[in-house]
Design a protein around this ligand. Structure first.
Ligand code: ZN
Length: 622
């Protein structure tokens, strides 16, 4: 049932992404890039192996001829951190070493954010799905300028950044949308014609780009400077840099996956910044009462998106850096992350800090750099806490912040009250008939669908008690005992400091009645194994990852899972590349089997598994 729900969810997510892709290709995007990326990330989380994630959707240019590329135009693997880049360098060094090549040289170029294509001198084709693109040779007749001349191979159609900023930023959210419109449509609007006449739309072959070359060591040490320098020389929208190997023999040896070349990586930079002015400061109340300042700014183009809001971390910063209406700030956007305040260029005389909570009007307190609303019953905090519960619990749909706000406004301001609601009650609160049914169903499903006990505990949003620490705590104390433990007891567990221990103990006291109330509702909890039950001395199964599938002779799978955990095995629900064994019972799941086969994972029968684990026990209890 959970699986079916997941399938439904992935299905509708993909349908939505496809719809957005189509609109985007028509040059009329329905959502911002950020929003699109968020959806994509959500899909990745739900189903990391989904093939939608690995296919490049072809732009469907109507009335354009299809062209097969002589060799596929692949996409680029992405790195967002220095660590990921370092791993790439290690991998390249190792593989080059295998064919006796040392002292490798790397090349770094800006990663243009436009429409990819390939020009062989006669035919100009878009990348399409990588294998087959569309002939878009008419682009040059329209006035697209081929930089360096014709026939220079793969590259990108882009619009000059300076031109876009001056003439088009008001009408278009993203320069790439404009470019796609120019290439795909036969009727051009006045703005597009003007841009073409101004010779601002270019096809830039990758080999014509500015580049940096140097060793892997220099690359890792100086990536920031390299990026900044390349960006300053590039008057096109960029969304990072591309680092690659120059040596042809190494490139050939490393080859490619179906998706990307293995000798190349895109480094989504933390480099691009923009300067803007603060128009308004908004204060948002979080679930623990901490106020976060959000700056509304004069819209500014950054890494291709039009930015209107920037978070400014905390109230202390507003005070210290003297930020207020009229302040000039530099903002930064890294990868797919929301833009942040980088530095303040021009301060204001008197930054205005709120004295009372914007939600409940309570007087605010300072806690270090944070302004905090001390009222635990503050409705903004309650909304955030409830929404946090549903988000962290992770097995319940339909309870987003909008729904939660509506419930709180109608007086349903606690989990106890919300969980008492029936379908009819939702109708009476003004929810539509279908939504009411979904909401009631979701509440009941959240109780029956299996959920890890640490997730359940973390969902209460107790300060300093996130998912990792909940898990740690529950490996020492049972959930039923958790509201009785003292700061001293928590402090004794490795990894919990003195201050954290006190704040967790206080938080558990505060939420005691609701935790116990929810526990009494019999959620289908998967228990964390207590350290005291865990006897994983020196057996070679400890730490191995297993997946169980099919009907087991031993009895319930849940009991087998729990036994496996006691032996120190890590039990996974689905097969992935980290799985060590797939244990198969009667009528084993074919998806799991074929995936395990594909990944080369050892498949063992239940009988064999029992034999293996029996030996583990025998070793220990002679
Ligand atoms: Zn408040």
């Amino acid at each position: 049932m959970l699986q079916k729900k997941l399938n439904d969810e992935t299905g509708s997510l993909i349908a939505l992404l496809k719809k957005y892709n189509q609109a985007y290709r028509r040059g009329k995007p329905l959502v911002s890039d950020n929003e699109y990326d968020n959806l994509l990330a959500k899909l990745k989380k739900l189903d990391p192996e989904n093939k939608f994630l690995h296919q490049v959707e072809p732009e469907k240019f109507e009335q354009k001829k299809q062209v097969k590329h002589p060799s596929p135009m692949l996409s680029t693997e992405k790195a967002y951190t220095l660590d990921q880049l370092a791993r790439f360098v290690v991998r390249v060094t190792k593989e080059a070493g295998e064919i006796g090549i040392q002292n490798l040289e790397y090349k770094v170029t800006p990663k243009l954010d436009g429409l990819a294509g390939r020009d062989d001198g006669v035919i100009f084709a878009s990348r399409g799905n990588g294998e087959v693109g569309f002939e878009i040779s008419s682009a040059f007749a329209k006035g697209v300028i081929p930089i360096g001349g014709r026939g220079l191979g793969p590259g990108e159609v882009v619009i000059q950044k300076s031109y876009f900023k001056e003439h088009l930023a008001v009408d278009f959210e993203h320069p790439r949308n404009m470019v796609v419109g120019i290439i795909s449509s036969d009727k051009l609007n006045a703005l597009a014609l003007k841009a073409l006449q101004a010779k601002a739309v270019h096809f830039v072959p990758y080999k014509e780009l500015h580049c940096w070359t140097g060793s892997g060591e220099h690359l890792l040490q100086n990536i920031k400077t390299i990026t900044t320098n390349l960006f300053s020389k590039t008057d096109y929208p960029v969304d990072g840099v591309v680092a690659e190997i120059i040596d042809e023999a190494v490139k050939k040896y490393m080859g490619a996956t179906a998706h990307h070349y293995r000798w190349q990586i895109a480094v989504k930079s933390k480099g691009e910044t923009a300067i803007t002015r603060v128009e308004k400061v908004i204060w948002q109340v979080g679930r623990t009462g901490i106020l976060t300042p959000v700056l509304e700014v004069v819209p500014v183009l950054l890494s291709g998106a039009n930015i209107r809001r920037v978070t400014a971390h905390n109230a202390g910063l507003i005070k210290k850096k003297k930020i207020g209406v009229g302040a000039e700030i530099e903002i930064i956007r890294s990868g797919e992350v929301i833009p942040k305040l980088e530095r303040v260029i021009k301060t204001v005389e008197d930054p205005v800090l709120p004295e009372t909570c914007p939600a409940c009007d309570s007087s605010l307190n300072w806690e270090n750099d944070f302004l905090k609303c001390p009222n635990h019953e503050c409705f903004a905090q309650i909304e955030q806490r409830l929404s946090h519960f549903f988000k962290i619990l992770g097995n319940i749909d339909w309870f987003g912040i909008k729904t939660v706000k509506k419930l709180v406004a109608s007086g349903y301001n606690s989990l106890k009250k919300i969980y008492s609601l029936k379908e009819n009650d939702f109708v009476n609160l003004g929810f539509g008939p279908v939504q009411s049914k979904n909401l009631a169903q979701a509440l009941s499903t959240s109780k029956t669908a299996i959920v890890e006990d640490w997730r359940f505990l973390a969902a209460f949003g107790i300060p300093d008690l996130g998912k990792g620490d909940s898990r740690k705590l529950l490996s020492h104390y049972k959930l039923e005992k958790i509201t009785q433990i003292t700061a001293k007891q928590i402090n004794k567990i490795y990894g919990f400091g003195n201050i954290t221990s006190h704040s967790i103990a206080a938080g558990l006291q505060q939420e005691k009645s609701i935790i116990n109330h929810m526990l009494a509702m019999n959620f289908n909890l998967e228990r964390t194994v207590l350290q005291s039950e865990l006897n994983n001395l020196d057996n070679n199964l400890a730490g191995k990852r297993i997946v169980l599938t099919g009907k087991m002779e031993q009895g319930s799978r849940a009991a087998m899972k729990s036994d496996a955990r006691k032996l120190g095995l890590l039990v996974q629900n689905t097969v992935n590349s980290k799985t060590d064994f797939l244990v198969t019972g009667d009528k084993a799941g074919t998806t799991k089997l074929s995936k395990a086969e594909k990944l080369g994972i050892q498949i063992i029968s239940e009988a064999r598994y029992m034999e293996l684990t029996k030996n583990v026990g025998a070793d220990k209890d002679p």
